[in-house]
Design a protein around this ligand. Sequence first.
Ligand code: ATP
Ligand code: MG
Length: 374
Amino acid sequence: MYLKKLYLRAFRNYLEEEVEFSAQKTILVGNNAQGKSNLLEAVELLATLKSHRTSRDQELVLDGAASGQIKALLERQYSVAELEIDLRRSGRRNLRINQNQCRRQLDFLGCLNAVEFSCLDLDLVRGAPDCRRQWLDTLLTQLEPLYAHILAQYQHIVKQRNALLKSLRQQWETGLALGEELSASLELWDQQLVEMGTRVARRRARGLARLAPLAQEWHGRISGGNETLTVTYQPNVIWEGDDPAVVHEAFLARLAQRRSAELHLGATVVGPHRDEVGFVIDETPARTYGSQGQQRTLVLALKLAELSLIETVIGEPPLLLLDDVLAELDLDRQGQLLMAIEDRFQTLITTTHLNRFDDRWRRSAQILQVNGGQ
Ligand code: ATP
Ligand code: MG
């Protein structure tokens, strides 16, 4: 797919700007705080309707403006689409494809596919488990927009169920017997939790099973084949095989087992919101033992694997957004990365220094100077 034009109005530090991408590779060069990452963030929003930097639309809208807009012209293999996101400080959004209003986020997601790779991504290895869950969820949403819908429903159920467990705990603490009505209500929520949780967990398992060999292959290539990466799904509810009935069963059994803990804590402790993804290099967990260099290689391999997987599933290459990544890699890995991209993916890459690119790259790329939101 090819992002041909991007239009920003009152977005971050852009008052109004239109950019036409004229080459497969675009280098956005400029000093710090000029708007390079902001531009990439706009593309990330078009792809995922999320920004990894904020969840508040009021931060996305230009200071002092009431609303902002991101617009893009996208060429896909068999179609052309104009995508529009209207942003408001209040957080209400309007989404349009070819001037048609999208009633649900689901209808908008999946039009533009992009893999974002920023220097913050080391959190993917070092950070708390929710960083890895978020990464996986973003990937799965690109593979199947419906996943975003399933996940949101699951998260809603967990929230409601937590509220119920909290009031049950209060009853329990004051020595009252659990009311029948509340107990019955908990059982209803259990059913829904298991229903949606099973759909989330199976998709995560399948997605990671497809990603793991690709990540291993890329990792071998970048590390020179000296190390073996193993990516594993470590679900909170453990099951064997791919039969939904089996997952269901395992989920219910685990819930029964943890019933008193949940009542005691007043929170849902069983389900995919407690999943983890494991990265092991040779025999060693990368999170705690990996060197910085090993962790960077790992993230790079995961991102390249994501690119390959999305390309396979959707049938055309996604966009690649590289924010400040080169500065973080040694020359060897910079070379590996630039070589891996070559002309396969439309790439937007930010830098403060053009000399990080060799002549060949500079000659074939479009170079855009970013200065004070222009
Ligand atoms: P670096 O090289 O440091 O990464 P950058 O060019 O990527 O710099 P950005 O993160 O794109 O910088 O832009 C940061 C600038 O945008 C900052 O000056 C910040 O104050 C400004 N900015 C961010 N949000 C808004 C907003 N809502 N309204 C106006 N300006 C904003
Ligand atoms: Mg930046």
